[in-house]
Design a protein. Structure first.
Length: 375
């Protein structure tokens, strides 16, 4: 409904990226027009709109940290930064597509796109039936866990002030390893079926959805969110400062729409319940969930039956996409040490699969950090 597609066209879909779907041969756009590092707005608030690495102004000045009297004030400031980046990205994307309509005419693709011949228009100029915009929100759970950490550390427990927390993060947790372990292991995290860790995710995704519903592409089409999970979780993490969920500077941010790597402690069914709380029906694009399941579980006689039941259950709960890797941590570590013996080991990076031994070590390490589930 949000994508304004007819039932017939929606059922005749194809992939236009590693996980994004679109009506087959009828659309222009909807494949990562904008990629948002969703953790950046959080850090912009701490630094009054400046990038923590370059000290360049990236977002608006949302005020000194001492001006936030309640947690809600801080979360609202993070939303202001998020909305600013979304608006800026949408303006840029719309301008680029309008330029392409004038300067990048493509008669071959237009001949192969439904309705272009009938309308006598290039697929970029209104010939296609659908003109969508899609924003890939990378690291969503890292943002949510960071907001939850502020709420619990600063607002509820009064353990730190925002200024003290900022100083600790700027130093990348130097001389504060016990506090980092507390933040990593004892604060609530999204994906454990606890409202303390999930409620902010529901609220913030709803905010993103409602904002994007108010926006239009340059051809008056809808904008929407997707969260696929792919290599950007690592590359964006490399240029992102430390966060109060216990993550260190340069570490990967959350790799899909689900919990951040290793943060889910209560089993895969709890992950499903947390995901089902999100306003998935209202999202414009797919919110994918990456899970890793131990090879030992699949060796059992009923392993495949259980996996099938898990996937079907998740879909019945409202899940959109689930990306499964079958590999235990010991095997992945052994493959790092002796790659020639594991040349056929395939893993799900995000919306795509890859041979594990052909990945750079940073992506291999990220895969190992994901929770190993037994079913």
């Amino acid at each position: 409904v949000r994508r304004r597609s007819t039932t017939e066209h929606a059922r005749d879909y194809t992939f236009c990226g590693c996980g994004q779907v679109t009506p087959f041969g009828r659309a222009y756009g909807s494949y990562e027009d904008i990629i948002l590092n969703s953790v950046k707005p959080f850090l912009l608030v701490l630094h009054r709109g400046k990038d923590e690495n370059t000290q360049c102004n990236v977002g608006p000045d949302t005020g000194p940290l001492e001006s936030f009297r309640e947690y809600e004030d801080f979360e609202n400031a993070v939303w202001i930064q998020t909305e600013y980046l979304l608006k800026h990205g949408i303006r840029q994307s719309n301008a680029l597509k309008e330029w392409g309509m004038i300067h990048l005419k493509d008669p071959i693709r237009s001949l192969l796109t439904h309705s272009c011949v009938e309308k006598g228009l290039d697929f970029r100029a209104g010939g296609a039936d659908y003109h969508e915009g899609m924003i890939d929100v990378v690291g969503f759970a890292t943002l949510i866990d960071s907001l939850t950490a502020v709420k619990e550390l600063v607002d509820e427990n009064r353990q730190l002030t925002l200024e003290e927390l900022k100083s600790i993060l700027v130093s990348d947790w130097k001389d504060n390893e016990p506090l980092r372990m507390q933040c990593l292991n004892r604060l609530h995290k999204f994906g454990n079926d606890k409202d303390e860790g999930d409620s902010t995710a529901v609220r913030f995704m709803d905010r993103i959805n409602k904002f994007l519903f108010s926006q239009k592409t340059f051809m008056n089409g809808p904008w929407g969110i997707d969260i696929i999970g792919w290599s950007a979780a690592v590359t964006m993490g490399e240029i992102t400062g430390a966060t109060p969920d216990g993550r260190k500077k340069g570490d990967a941010i959350a790799d899909s729409g689900g919990p951040a790597q290793g943060r889910d402690k209560n089993g895969i069914t709890s992950v499903f319940h947390s995901m089902a709380k999100l306003p998935l029906e209202e999202t414009h694009g797919p919110v994918a969930l990456s899970v890793r399941i131990s090879k030992m579980s699949m060796k059992a006689d009923d392993g495949i039956v259980k996996l099938k039941a898990l996937i079907e259950t998740y879909m019945k709960m409202g899940g959109q996409q689930i990306q499964v890797t079958i590999a235990d941590s010991e095997t992945l570590k052994a493959a790092q040490e002796n790659p020639e013996e594991y040349s056929d080991l395939i893993v799900r990076v995000g919306g795509f699969s890859a041979y594990f031994t052909q990945l750079d070590k940073c992506y291999q390490d990220d895969m190992i950090r994901r929770t190993e589930n037994r079913i």
